[in-house]
Design a protein around this ligand. Structure first.
Ligand SMILES: NC(=O)c1ccc[n+]([C@@H]2O[C@H](COP(=O)([O-])OP(=O)(O)OC[C@H]3O[C@@H](n4cnc5c(N)ncnc54)[C@H](O)[C@@H]3O)[C@@H](O)[C@H]2O)c1
Length: 255
């Protein structure tokens, strides 16, 4: 098992890639702290992990709130005694997020609060705990839109994911000497509720997204999580500060 004995905090673990990550991480031997703003969804993930024979514990946390972020890490320490990995997966892509010229300030601020402040706060409390324990791995989930312009814009979301790539590099440099590695994953469009709920309402966006993808399909959650397993494990002990794109080839496609 590639994550035997590791304690991994996964945010946004009540749905999509976070839920699949919880199940796969537990299968690889991790003790998983399932963190989500939705108690019902988080508890369902824990039940799924346990049904598959894994170990998991739920903590309700809105990652944009400092008290919740602190409580999330305290929960991991109280339940399992350490934190080896913080998997910053929680993210939102609300309907009102369009171009800079037609997005309202509240939508912009909400996206930044969850997608950027949420990562900042999780790291603020997890990194000292990791250092005290000899090191750890931070995984930040950005997006392919952090490195590409998009003709169907979601500018708050795009800017928030770009911010994570800069933050990843800065933290990677600061904390590697203390044993904490930080890397980012930039997934292409993956079949999860976040993407499917949105595309169902926008056939044109769906058509454009598939036409640009040389693999001809959307990704599956496990195709992203498999990379996260590597980053959480000791196999990646010299991987630090990387922004790793997993997108079926979209970002290398000229036409
Ligand atoms: N699905 C895609 O195509 C895609 C592509 C690139 C990047 N991503 C990123 O991957 C991550 C996971 O996406 P997904 O598609 O699995 O999403 P999802 O919507 O299926 O799941 C997101 C989970 O995050 C939780 N959440 C939302 N706000 C939260 C908060 N403030 N605090 C704690 N939990 C919160 C939700 O309750 C939900 O359980 C996100 O960061 C997303 O931006 C997704």
């Amino acid at each position: 098992m590639r994550l035997a004995g590791k304690v991994c905090v996964i945010t946004g673990a009540g749905s999509g890639m976070g839920r699949v990550a919880s199940v796969i991480f537990a299968r690889e031997g991790a003790k998983v702290v399932v963190a989500d703003v939705s108690e019902a969804a988080g508890n369902e993930t824990v039940a799924e992990v346990r049904a598959a024979g894994g170990e998991a514990s739920f903590v309700r946390a809105d990652v944009s709130r400092e008290a919740d972020a602190k409580a999330m890490i305290d929960h991991a320490l109280a339940t399992y005694g350490r934190v080896d990995c913080l998997y910053n997966n929680a993210g939102i892509m609300p309907e009102g997020d369009h171009s800079v010229i037609d997005t309202d300030v509240d939508t912009w601020d909400r996206v930044m609060a969850v997608n950027v402040r949420g990562v900042f706060l999780g790291c603020k409390y997890a990194i000292p705990a990791m250092i005290a324990n000899g090191g750890g791995s931070i995984i930040n989930i950005a997006s392919f839109v952090a490195i590409l312009g998009c003709s169907v814009p979601q500018d708050a979301y795009t800017a928030s994911k770009g911010a994570l790539l800069s933050l990843t590099r800065s933290m990677a440099v600061q904390f590697a000497p203390k044993g904490v590695r930080t890397n980012a994953i930039c997934p292409g469009p993956v079949e999860t509720p976040l993407l499917l709920d949105w595309l169902v309402k926008d056939e044109e966006a769906k058509r454009i997204r598939l036409a640009r993808n040389p693999s001809g399909r959307f990704g599956k959650p496990e195709e992203i999580v498999n990379l996260a397993v590597y980053l959480a494990s000791d196999e990646s002990r010299w991987t630090n500060g990387a922004s790793l794109v997993v997108d079926g080839g979209i970002s290398v496609n000229y036409f």
